[in-house]
Design a protein around this ligand. Structure first.
Ligand code: G3I
Length: 353
């Protein structure tokens, strides 16, 4: 019987975790080495950190994550080559430091588009070149579509779209393919992939991009989910739909929040969370991994968006919307790094006859 998550699922998919630099050491580092065989940077590989000024690349932090993956024989997911968020201001400014999106002159707009596409190409190729030996999967673009009704072309109205239109996606994928070769696995990644109208809009978009010859190899479901949202059926349908396009499937940012939106019921502290909540969460994780395992022909990586309950982006949400009340507990290790009921639930999940 396996006693680590990575052994338990070695015949099915890689088990990954998102990390900040400090988590490569100490008890986090120990848990990482024991239970996970895949890694992703929670922040330091995003454009804001990698190319803070035009032509000035900052590799130190990203290198540490890449080295940890190399040394410990882990696969690395690169998150993310292009995103509208956590991107430096200069990316969307013209040579006078003015925002490109405010441009009304159509000629100027076309010029700006060329400049932006070149920036995307340079950024993507430079990064892919540096890490292609260790990166197994690239989030080439992230969150390109809105939750609600998207615009005519089905995309989010981000500066990327407003300046370059849909072409920014093609440029990013083609640059990644050119630099990474056929071995580079190129992903489009998004959240709420289970929920309509977003799910169907995203599906049409990916289908169109594939028809147009954009080199996409994989689809990333972020899976920032809750105890009973979305339903298991919705999750399964969505996995089947996108895999049906012939794409590799990764679960890229898994966490199971105890709360809805806004965070309610909001527990005053971690200790105030009742045991029943952890039991419900264990049931949820059990059902989920059971489902993932049934789809292991399609799913090749399941990555958690963190390691233990001491550190989760969900707590920033409580800070922002709930005066800090509503400590969340989305993972399978608790704030003292002990395993939770959810851990046992994952280890015991469905075993094929
Ligand atoms: O680096 C600065 C630091 O210098 C400053 O002192 C501190 C003060 O607030 O902020 C630090 O930046 C924070 C950054 O994380 C690094 O810690 C930002 O404020 C904070 O907004 C940022 O949050 C990240 C968020 O993406 C940004 O949108 C989260 O850690 C990260 O978990 C989250 O990850 C995203 C995925 O990339 C895409 N999918 C959704 C997922 C969750 O939102």
């Amino acid at each position: 019987d396996a006693d680590s998550m990575k052994e338990r699922y070695e015949d099915s998919f890689d088990i990954g975790a998102a990390v900040e630099l400090y988590q490569l050491e100490g008890v986090h580092g120990e848990i990482l080495k024991r239970h996970y065989n895949s890694l992703v940077a929670e922040n330091v590989m995003k454009p804001l950190y990698i190319q803070p000024e035009e032509g000035v690349f900052y590799w130190d932090d990203a290198d540490q994550i890449a080295d940890f993956a190399r040394e410990n024989d882990m696969t690395l997911r690169y998150h993310t080559l292009i995103w509208h968020n956590q991107v430096p201001d200069w990316f969307f400014e013209d040579e006078n430091g003015e925002p490109m999106v405010d441009e009304t002159d159509p000629d100027k707009r076309a010029e700006n588009k060329e400049v932006l596409l070149e920036r995307i190409e340079t950024h993507v190729k430079t990064v892919v070149d540096r890490y292609k030996d260790v990166v197994d999967a690239w989030d080439v673009v992230n969150e390109v579509i809105d939750d609600g009704e998207p615009n005519d072309e089905g995309l989010r109205e981000s500066p990327l779209y407003q300046i370059a239109g849909k072409d920014y996606i093609r440029t990013a994928f083609e640059a990644a393919r050119e630099a990474g070769g056929e071995d580079a696995k190129l992903f489009i990644n998004d959240y709420n992939t289970e929920i309509n109208p977003k799910r169907d809009n995203l599906y049409s978009l990916v289908e169109d991009l594939l028809d147009e010859g954009v080199p996409i190899d994989g689809f990333g479901h972020q899976a920032h989910i809750q105890l009973d949202w979305p339903t298991l059926n919705e999750i399964e349908e969505s996995i089947e739909m996108f895999a049906g396009l012939g794409l590799d499937t990764h679960i890229t940012e898994l966490d199971v929040s105890l709360y809805g939106w806004p965070p309610e019921p909001a527990y005053e502290s971690y200790d105030a969370i009742p045991d029943e909540e952890f039991e419900r969460q264990a049931d949820r994780y059990n059902a989920l991994f059971n489902l993932y395992e049934r789809h292991d022909d399609d799913i090749s990586n399941v990555t958690f968006w963190g390691i233990a309950d001491d550190h989760t982006w969900l707590d920033d949400r409580a800070e922002e919307y709930n005066d800090g009340v509503g400590k969340d507990a989305p993972f399978v290790f608790d704030t003292d790094f002990n395993t939770k009921p959810a851990f046992d639930a994952i280890m015991d999940a469905y075993e094929e006859e």
